[in-house]
Design a protein around this ligand. Sequence first.
Ligand code: NVA
Length: 368
Amino acid sequence: MDKLESDNVKSLPIVWSCNEWDPLEEVIVGSVEGAIVPLWDDVAVQAIVPEHARWFFEKYGGQPFPDEMIEMASKDLDRLCEVLTSLGVKVKRPDKVDFSKDYTTPWWTSKGLYSAMPRDIFLVVADTVIEAPMAWRSRYFESFAFRNLIQEYFNKGAKWLAAPKPSMAGDFYNKDYSPETPYIGDEKQFVVTENQIAFDAADFVRFGKDILVQKSNVTNAMGIEWVRRHLGPEFTVHEVEFDDAHPMHIDTTIVPLCPGKLLINPTWVDKSKLPDLFKDWEIIEAPAPVFTNDSALFFSSDWLTMNFLSIDEKRIIVEENEKPLIDLLKKHGFEPIPIPFRNFYPFGGSMHCATTDIRRRGKLEKYF
Ligand code: NVA
């Protein structure tokens, strides 16, 4: 990367986002249209699906999500788009793709999943879109739903870097991994091995020139090293580990609210064990989620509470039922904007997952 230090924020590149809180100007919002339920026999899926949700994959695996779920979640997404537009944010949506088609590589056959979670695939660091290689077979071609959009940004000057994809052949997955015993001694185990590069973009969280990342069931050490090397010496990529026994995506674990304020998931993050980086930051514990032991959370923990979207350093779009979170944010001087989003949760995320920043107005800075 070069010349990223520019003070001139008036003429931002078409793609420019350095953190989670600078004023949002343009965003991609995902879609659940045509979403397909992954097959239960996929070990990478088993690694993170909560036990209560197993029946759903056994019943619907390889089939479309039920129509009613798609309709209701689509309404939530459309409402999110309306609210973003009313706040002056430009919204882009993916192309319609047939995820039900079988595709075959030299090693395996699969169907697709969806284009609901652009945050999982694209990591925007300053002026560069990094396309993640992913680690689920059902997500191998997911980025193509966004290809026209990213190509448009490329044509307007964005940098675009795609990581090498793992084969996702059998030996890419850890045959000894068991979701029931995710630790051996103190050492966390993962379903992806280290034999090829793997990462999802949502395991990274951006704080300007510092980026935090966790190893997970979709992100390995080689994947982290690939990002570190390609970002170059201007950025520091810090690997962190928390107590999520089945990690996949960091955006319900730690969420920066603005410079100096970090929201943490108190069940997975021990304040006293946070990296030294945060010694001068205010650490705020997220309140317990409203939807607990929720049987409709098919891919995630209850903590989608924290998976919200910041419009700027004050305004945060949050799920309207999450009253304890709304009160807490207000207490800390933020201005929550509640919207209905509960019907999107069964697809595995909330509005942070459902979006990816394309442009936030600000500078590339050091916050630690
Ligand atoms: N795997 C995490 C993140 C989901 C967006 C969770 O289940 O909370």
